[in-house]
Write a protein that binds this ligand. Sequence first.
Ligand code: NA7
Length: 531
Amino acid sequence: MKTAEYFDIVIIGAGFSGLYALHRFRDYDVVCFEAGAGVGGTWYWNRYPGARVDIPSMEYSYSFNEDLQQEWSWPEMFSAQPELERYVNHVADRFELRDRIRLSNAVKHMRFDEGTDRWHVHTAKGDHVICKYVVAATGALSVPNAPPWPGREKFKGEILHTAAWPEEGIDLTGKRMGQIGTGSTGIQLAPILAEQAEHLHIFQRTPAFSMPSGNRPMDFEHEREWKENYSERRQKMMQTPGVSLLERSSVACSEYTESQRQELLEEAWTSQSAFQLLLTFSDIMTNRETNEVVADFVRQKIRAIVKDPATADLLCPKDYPIGAKRLCIDNGYFQTFNRPNVTLVDVKSAPIAEFTENGLRTAEAEYELDVIVTATGFDAITGAMTQIDIEGVGGRKLMDKWADGPTAWLGLMVAGFPNLMMIHGPLTPGAQAQMLMVGEWQVNLVGDIIDSLERDHYSRIDTSEEAEGWWAEEVNMLSHNTLHRFANSWYNAKNIEGKKGGFMIYVGGFPRFARLNNEAIADGFRGFIRS
Ligand code: NA7
């Protein structure tokens, strides 16, 4: 057993937020544990062909250092995974963060010692660290969801998960392939698999809404303009609900004639600006009829692209509002179904029953496959925290406390788990706002909190169940004002059978979220208990 080491702060995760936290806390004695063999979190693990960010790269990048944002050049408008990984590695080197990161060394167990107000953190490699604060930058989408189909061990071919894609890549040329899952990931992946496979079966449970990504080589005039105005633009971004400078209409759909609506939607569809479609009218996420106008526009697009009417019909989402799950962004996804080597299989009506020696079997038929790619998403938002055995005050475990769904004051702290703060925790804006900059913002908030506790000589900060209740009310009130709750997705834990959670995302927009956080701190740390 290794001897215990002492640190001020343990950071869990060396993704984009964890790396920035290392930089922000550089004046403390700090160590970062990371499960992966490299830095980058999401952008380290999700190296499947076609992985690409769906936010423009001039926006989806760190804002904390002016020199960094001036020096770095993105080759494409929406960066692919290899470029994001190159960037995050550059940041780790440039800011000399590596010597405080312990890779391939996941945190497994944490116990809060009430006598000393210290966390005891134990890792996969047997490290034992005693520290005052833990900052969990564990990521909202970091634990792959692997549905428990029986027979995995029988299958003679290869089973891959998109979020654990082999680093060395894999040659899929001429293989009989099966892809399960048609969310953001599956939609990026399918066109590329189809080019390589002898035949590709795509197993779809729920069809997704998707629009063309508009990716293209970086326009250098656009880059120059951004760089000249970076700080002003970053500030403006923080004043928008999604932390993004997409154009947001303030006009309701009903104010337009039918032909004006179609013209606006067509403009958004071809805008080369991912997500613009959801901002065409002011009331898309609050008015069911408006939402249906936009949803129907996309269904018409699908029917116009996909030649076989039965396949087109199966690809049309019909039973949930557009935008209620994250809108997908594609590079020729629907066109893929016009290829002779691609078949769409409906596993809603005939679910996957088991994996077999030679492929998989649904309730209706058996499919012979060499490789099965599961693009089945994540045990999102809570998964990364509940897979660590975390014992708080009185030995209470986080996974028990959250058995019926997560609770957290401001999405930041959980009552009974002192000195533990989460970045992108449950009940924060998550994927409803640009995660890189919100992560930076939250790290700065945590940094300010820790600085003030140290300055005022506190040894413990906790929150209360009452404060968790206030935040739950705020989150629920907001989610009842929008249409997001009408879809089954990782936002409400309904992507995984049996998972409980309720609505876990803050949909009130970043400015309101930030204001409520700042007000609580300014108001004498309302909702927190310091001692
Ligand atoms: P998602 O969006 O959760 O998509 C997962 C897909 O896998 C989705 O089509 C699921 O169907 C499907 N799935 C999951 N479990 C099953 C089972 N048991 N049977 C059949 N199909 C299944 O994950 P992604 O990785 O695509 O995207 C996650 C986020 O990353 C995305 O929102 C962006 O923010 C980036 P379902 O829809 O649940 O019926």
